[in-house]
Design a protein around this ligand. Structure first.
Ligand code: C5P
Length: 234
């Protein structure tokens, strides 16, 4: 099922049972689903398949970062699972990103290959500590340009960074942004948040939204409210 909905719901649950319980309350016409490290390590490809069997496109958020040969093989394994989107760390470098891209060439319907630039959890001080002297803003722009140059389909970025990357990397380059909240939501551990409509206005293509939907007493209604703000009609 392909949907025009820009919402990707983050299935941040410790078990397959909890993830599937949430998935069953949503419709593949309204969103896609993201499976990250915790859930995939716990529940593996069987859960990806179960979610796909419910009709959902899956973003496999494992942020691969290794030598080119290893990342290429991992990305191909993700493609064989039939996922819709997969990601790698752009700081893995040109050879790694190009090997990942090349590994997807044999697939008729390859997943979108997305780069992670700088983790939003890292402060400038922490970046300096690991030797990234340029600071987050500059590094994000630099790595987004490199990812685009290596043939990746887009990057994960904060909505605040979206506008600049959209301008420098053009319209075809996909921007995937977490840190989305409605004014009435808790910010949780996110520091810089944007509403769904301001993230889209800033140039985001896809919004990764977790707790405002998954922790809601009525996840379907919470998603509908977000889609209504975006004037999305399935
Ligand atoms: O619950 P919440 O909406 O904050 O979930 C956001 C999702 O996006 C989580 O799965 C989180 O790991 C992910 N994410 C993020 N910030 C990033 C990259 C990914 O919050 N910079």
């Amino acid at each position: 099922m392909t949907t025009r909905s820009p919402v990707i719901v983050a299935l941040d649950f410790p078990t397959a049972a909890q993830a599937l319980e949430l998935a069953r309350q949503l419709s593949p016409q309204d969103c896609r689903l993201k499976i990250g490290k915790e859930l995939f390590t716990q529940a593996g490809p069987a859960l990806v398949e179960a979610v796909q069997d419910l009709g959902f496109d899956v973003f496999l958020d494992l942020k691969f970062h290794d030598i080119p040969n290893t990342v290429a093989a991992a990305v191909a394994a993700a493609a064989r699972m039939g996922v819709w989107m997969v990601n790698v760390h752009a700081s893995g470098g040109r050879k790694m990103m190009m090997a990942a891209k090349e590994a997807l060439l044999p697939f008729e319907k390859p997943p979108l290959l997305i780069g992670v630039t700088i983790l939003t959890s890292l402060s400038d001080d922490e970046l300096f500590e690991i030797g990234y002297m340029a600071g987050a803003g500059t590094m994000v722009e630099h790595l987004a340009a490199l990812a685009n140059n290596c043939g990746l389909d887009g990057v994960v970025c904060s909505a605040q960074e979206a506008e600049v990357i959209r301008q420098s990397q053009g319209h075809a380059f996909k921007l995937i942004t977490p840190g989305i909240r409605l004014p009435e939501n808790e910010k949780d551990d996110q520091t810089r948040v944007l509403t769904p409509e301001s993230a889209i206005a800033a140039g985001s293509d896809y919004l990764v939204i977790g707790r405002p939907i998954t922790r809601s007493p009525n996840p379907k209604a919470a998603l509908s409210q977000i889609l209504a703000r975006l004037s999305f009609i399935a």
